[in-house]
Every structure is written in structure tokens, then in C-alpha cells.
Design a protein around this ligand. Structure first.
Ligand code: UGA
Length: 442
């Protein structure tokens, strides 16, 4: 099939590259000329495991092409995916200006029937507005369809998520649109959920908000664990074995970040409000997440007694492992709070150093975990990269000024850390220990 994907961001580029890999001809359209020029040379705009190879293969085999001209994409493709950004406005609602602009531009160059599919995460009823916009700006009467096909891929595992999805949601309101999308997705062999457009849009917002709620729930339970003397990891294990609950997304930590959950949560609260419903539950999810980030900074402060003038070594800056993305990363809030108290922060992240240099200019960036630990008063773990799981702890202990690890991702076993001579503080892992004579902890 001939497809166009408008917007070469995280969702758009992965979608385009994967469809090309499945044998379709895909035109990637983006108005950022630098990004398109880079992609033509094989330069990825962000880090995503496996993407570079996929793009290279698609380009080499001429199934994947890049252009800044929307007209070119519309001319050559039957299915047009809109995957442009829907950033957050100051009010919390989703900014749909890019989506509207693309819809209007498509209308102005529509040559014949096209199926316009929204892939960007959008509030419910956006599809109706896209349809209305195209109809309003069409130069002559031409048939077209609008559909919603939300994407559920996660950064870091995006290609695998695309190729092996749990489900494919198709919000379609005509047989022609349904047949085209069913045919397109057939090779993936995944369960299809076929709905109306509004329901498809809601599935995406409701899913991301539900997952955010799961995380805030376990973070709230972690607070109880710290006060009562229980281990949230064991609690999550015990809860998660119930198939009605499930273990994924029950990892307590420094809160959720990234460009999806915080933004989609806000947008869902906002659209609910506009529709006359106060989604109190989701407002609580947001509050707990903010408290969790602040609470971690407070924990570091408590553990060090006075933070001013102390050096804190941070491991992990990206909002989660296997990405260089630092948008809404909890590390930013935690580090800024500690810096505001007068701490000196040194940090290492396997992928996000370039982003960190831009976003956290006062942080001293280190070449590896050991340099981050050298001369620091504690080591704070903010992203659960695999390579942090096994470190040379004896070496770290020698490098640190005091053997203190404050683990925002519960990466280590408290008993092992204690045996290694560390004072170890996790999230929701028993009462927060106070320092003891001799430095090691209870
Ligand atoms: C999320 C969803 O998981 C995808 O299904 C969705 O398609 C995507 O948003 C999107 O809307 O585009 P992503 O933002 O890439 O994907 O990252 P997640 O793996 O979901 O993690 C989000 C945040 O939650 C991270 O900060 C992570 O550290 C945190 N998290 C996750 C926890 O704190 N605990 C957990 O148990 C799981």
C-alpha cells in the first residue's frame, strides 16, 4: 500500500519505518527541513533501539522516503497518518494547532479519495473536528474518510511494541476505512478492536491515565510501607500475581515522567472538565506523582541532614531506561530541588548526556558511574538502566565520601547493600533508616 506519515517524531518515525519494513511504500513528511535532511542521511532525531537499522533498510530498499512537502505525501498515498505533536498548553489541555494545520493542508491538496488517520494522542472528539476541518477547506467535493488509530508503543521498545502489539484499535465509521485499515494491519496478526472514532480516542487517554493511576497507587502504598515498616516490592509481588491486578506498572519509584503520561493525564482531566465531569481520581493521581518527586528530594535531604555544600552523585537522567528522552523526567525535578538547597550535583546517564547538558547546565556530567560517585556524599539512582544493576560496589564505596545509596528505582536488594556496608534507602522499603555510629545503616 502507499502510505504517508505526517510528523517524524517518536510515534511517526517508528510507524513509518515499521510499515516500510512490512513492505509498504511510505513517505515520511515533516516540516522540519533539518530533521528530514538528517533522516535522508540516516541520522536519527532521537535514540530508539533498532530504529536506525530499520530506517536504513527502508531507505536502501526505497520503500521509505522523506520529504518536507505534505503535497507530495498526499499525492502519492491512499492512507495519510497524522502523527504530529499535541503538546500541553499552559492550561493543561492538548494543543491541537499542529493537527488542525495538517488537516487543513491535506484538504487543500487532496487529489482524490484519501483515508486520514489520526495517530497522535488526541482528546475525544478530535476526529470529528478533523473531518469538519477537511470538509470546510476542501476545494471541490471529494470523498474522504477520517479514522482514529491510537498508538500504544513505548519509548525504548517502540519497534517491538509496533510489530507485536497487544491490540490494534481502529476507530472507523465507514466500510472503506475499515477495510483499508484491516488489510494494512493484517500481517501483524494482533487482535483488532474496531470501534467508533470517539471510543478509539478515549481508549488511548483512558489507557495512559489508568497506567498512571497504577503507578501513583503503588507510590502511595510505598508511603505507607515506609511509615509502617513493610516492603513495597513484596506488596507489589503479592498483588501482581492476581491476574485482575497484574504486576506490570506496579514499580514504586520517583514518579512517572516522559512526554506521554503527564501530558495525557492533564489533557484527560481537562477534556473531562470541558465535558462537565470532574475527574477527581485523576487529579489525585497527578498530586501523588508530584509528591513522589518532591518526596525523593526530601529523602536525600533527610539522609544527608544538611544538603548545602554536599555533593550528590546521580545515576540516570532519562525519564526511563533505553531512551535519551528527558522530557518531564523526574530527575529534573529532583536535581533542581537539590540544587536549590545548595547541593552540587554530578551525574551520569548512558544516553541522555546531550539532553542533560541542555536542560541541566549546572550539573557536572561524568563519563561513567564511578566518576559520578567520586567524592560524592551519596549516590542517588534516578533511572533503572540495566547497566546500573551490576556495578563494582567495592569500588563505589571507596570513591564515595560516605557509603550512602538512595535508590529511587529500587534497583538493589536492601540486604545485599547492607552486607556490602552501605547505608541504603529505597522507595517504600521499610522504615527509612537513620545513620548509625560507624556510618553503616540499620
Ligand atoms: C507510555 C505507554 O506505556 C505507552 O503504551 C504509550 O503508547 C505511550 O506512553 C504514549 O502515549 O505514547 P512511555 O511514555 O514510552 O509509554 O513510557 P512507559 O514505559 O509507559 O513509562 C512511563 C513512565 O512511568 C516512566 O517515567 C516510568 O519510569 C514510569 N513507571 C512505569 C513507573 O514509575 N513505574 C512503573 O511500574 C512503570
Amino acid at each position: 500500500m502507499d502510505l504517508s506519515v505526517v510528523g517524524a517524531g517518536h510515534v511517526g518515525l517508528v510507524t513509518g519505518a515499521c510499515f516500510a519494513d512490512l513492505g509498504h511504500r511510505v513517505v515520511m513528511v515533516d516540516n522540519d527541513a533539518k530533521r528530514i535532511a538528517g533522516l535522508k542521511r540516516g541520522v536519527m532525531p532521537y535514540y530508539e533501539p533498532g530504529l536506525e537499522e530499520l530506517v536504513a533498510r527502508g531507505t536502501r530498499e526505497r520503500r521509505l522516503t522523506f520529504t518536507t512537502s505534505l503535497r507530495e505525501g498526499v499525492a502519492s498515498s491512499t492512507i495519510l497518518f497524522i502523527a504530529v505533536g499535541t503538546p500541553q498548553k499552559a492550561t493543561g489541555e492538548a494543543d491541537l494547532a499542529y493537527v488542525e494545520h495538517v488537516a487543513r493542508s491535506i484538504a487543500q491538496c487532496l487529489p482524490a479519495y484519501r483515508l486520514v488517520v489520526e495517530k497522535s494522542t488526541v482528546p475525544v472528539q478530535t476526529g470529528k473536528w478533523i473531518e469538519h476541518t477537511i470538509r470546510t477547506y476542501l476545494r471541490r467535493k471529494l470523498p474522504f474518510d477520517v479514522a482514529s488509530n491510537p498508538e500504544f508503543l513505548r519509548e525504548g521498545t517502540a519497534i517491538q511494541d509496533f510489530m507485536k502489539p497487544d491490540r490494534i484499535v481502529l476507530g472507523v465509521e465507514s466500510k472503506r476505512a475499515k477495510d483499508l485499515l484491516v488489510e494494512l494491519y493484517k500481517p501483524l496478526g494482533a487482535p483488532l478492536v474496531i470501534t467508533d472514532i470517539n471510543s478509539a480516542e478515549l481508549i488511548k487517554h483512558a489507557s495512559n491515565s489508568f497506567l498512571s493511576m497504577k503507578i501513583s497507587f503503588i507510590n502511595a502504598v510505598a508511603q505507607i510501607c515506609e511509615r509502617a515498616g513493610a516492603d513495597v516490592e513484596q506488596v507489589a509481588e503479592g498483588m501482581g500475581l492476581d491476574p485482575r491486578i497484574g504486576r506490570p506498572f506496579l514499580n514504586a519509584g520517583t514518579g512517572f515522567g516522559g512526554f506521554c503520561f503527564p501530558k495525557d493525564l492533564e489533557a484527560f482531566i481537562k477534556i473531562a472538565e470541558q465535558l462537565g465531569y470532574d475527574f477527581e481520581l485523576l487529579r489525585a493521581v497527578r498530586t501523588i506523582n508530584e509528591q513522589q518527586k518532591r518526596g525523593f528530594a526530601a529523602k536525600v535531604q533527610q539522609a544527608l541532614w544538611v544538603v548545602k555544600g554536599k555533593t550528590i552523585g546521580v545515576l540516570g537522567l532519562a525519564f526511563k531506561p533505553n531512551t535519551d528522552d528527558m522530557r518531564y523526567a523526574p530527575a529534573i525535578d529532583v536535581i533542581e530541588a537539590l540544587q536549590a538547597e545548595g547541593a552540587v550535583v554530578k551525574a551520569f546517564d548512558p544516553q541522555a548526556m546531550r539532553e542533560a547538558a541542555r536542560l541541566l547546565p549546572k550539573v557536572k556530567l561524568c563519563k561513567d558511574p564511578y566518576e559520578a560517585a567520586r567524592g560524592a556524599d551519596c549516590l542517588a539512582i534516578l533511572t533503572e538502566w540495566n547497566e546500573f544493576k551490576e556495578l563494582d560496589f567495592k569500588r563505589l564505596k571507596k570513591l564515595l565520601r560516605q557509603p550512602l545509596i538512595i535508590d529511587g528505582r529500587n534497583l538493589y536488594d536492601p540486604a545485599r547493600m547492607k552486607a556490602l556496608g552501605f547505608r541504603y534507602i529505597g522507595v517504600g522499603r521499610g522504615r527509612v533508616p537513620l545513620p548509625m555510629r560507624g556510618g553503616a545503616a540499620d
